[in-house]
Design a protein around this ligand. Structure first.
Ligand SMILES: *[C@@H]1O[C@H](CO)[C@@H](O)[C@H](O)[C@H]1NC(C)=O
Length: 341
């Protein structure tokens, strides 16, 4: 009898403790819960409305896709993290179902200027190759997963909020014939305290826009030699290459002529235009590109095209171009970043 009373008392106490806990938990439930059991890119795609919120606009906003996955990486296996990062296009922000048909192999300069990183990216469409070559650098970051920490190489951009006023600069859209601004066309690009809101930053402090899959960091000399060796005799967009591991992909070098033609016609596709405008605001290393892809096909008559080795890419680049060339000469020993995948 007494034992049963005590049992009831304990249950009552337990119930009141649970009630108190529930009451306390309520206010925090207003915030989006970071516990998420998604494991496939389709699961990630279903979060579109949560990630892009009321305006639902993904223009130049793949930093939000990236942050969504990065914020939850500690709840996933190392391989799930890599899989989910393949679910969106770094340039357009549109959803992607990663496959060999949208896998591109690119070689990007590292943000620290020491060398290049070769890896894969998944795109919605080929022009993203050109925009990647023109603006995206590679930088590292270590991510916690349920399998432990993993050091990855990411595709990064300079933080546009370094010059927030440029979001209000008026421009005319190529097709719309109406004056607009990035503030209007890319509402997900917002600044908070001088930094891009919702972004995750790499080791060098740059905005992460995608994962550079299976990336290997090499010296500039090695990267250049590899680019020469694999340069296709007849660039053929759409052709798939195969690497030693039997993996199929599009080599960026197949697109050199198409990227040039696109540049010559003024990048006349809306999505790329918005991305390029955001990426141009505060380019890493002042915009001086040491580009490997399409090096041979560089139009010599157009010094502002961003081609060549350390030569100024556009007016804003001239100041830092010298330093870039200097660091290119000081080829570092090939350092492989362990990109577990
Ligand atoms: C990076 O190196 C690893 C190990 O040698 C290789 O399997 C992988 O294919 C390389 N990545 C690229 C993009 O070539």
């Amino acid at each position: 009898m007494f034992a049963r009373f005590r049992e009831r008392l304990t249950m009552l106490r337990l119930a009141s403790v649970m009630l108190a806990l529930a009451a306390r938990a309520e206010p925090t439930e207003q915030k989006p819960a970071k516990v998420w059991r998604g494991a496939t890119v389709e699961d990630l795609h279903r979060q579109y409305g949560v990630i892009f919120g009321a305006h639902g606009n993904r223009n130049a906003a793949s930093h939000l896709w990236s942050t969504w996955v990065l914020d939850r990486a500690s709840q996933m296996s190392a391989s799930t993290f890599v899989e989910l990062m393949g679910g969106f296009c770094a340039v357009s922000g549109s959803i992607v179902r990663p496959s060999e048909y949208n896998r591109y192999r690119v070689t990007l300069p590292t943000a620290d200027g020491a060398g290049f990183a070769r890896g894969f990216m998944h795109y919605c469409c080929w022009p993203c190759v050109c925009d990647t070559q023109d603006f995206i650098h590679a930088d590292s970051k270590t991510i916690e997963t349920t399998d432990g920490p993993r050091r990855h190489v990411f595709a990064v951009l300079g933080d546009p909020c370094a010059h927030e006023e440029q979001l209000d600069a008026p421009f005319v859209q190529p097709f719309g014939f109406r004056t607009t601004s990035l503030r209007r066309e890319a509402p997900a690009v917002r600044c908070e305290g001088g930094r891009l809101a919702g972004a995750t930053f790499s080791d060098g402090g740059h905005v992460i826009v995608a994962l550079l899959f299976d990336a290997n960091v090499t010296s500039t000399a090695d990267a250049r030699a590899a680019a020469r060796a694999r340069s296709p005799a007849t660039p053929t967009p759409g052709r798939l290459s195969r690497d030693g591991a039997g993996r199929s992909f599009h080599d960026e070098l197949e697109y050199a002529a198409m990227c040039e033609a696109r540049a010559a016609s003024g990048y006349n596709s809306g999505m790329g235009e918005i991305f390029r405008k955001v990426a141009q605001i505060a380019p890493i290393r002042g915009g001086a590109r040491r580009r490997l892809a399409g090096e041979a096909a560089c139009p010599s008559a157009e010094p502002s095209s961003g081609c060549g080795d350390g030569a100024g890419a556009g007016a804003s680049a001239s100041a830092s171009a010298g330093g870039d060339a200097a660091s290119a000469r000081g080829d570092v020993a090939s350092a492989r970043h362990d990109a577990a995948s």
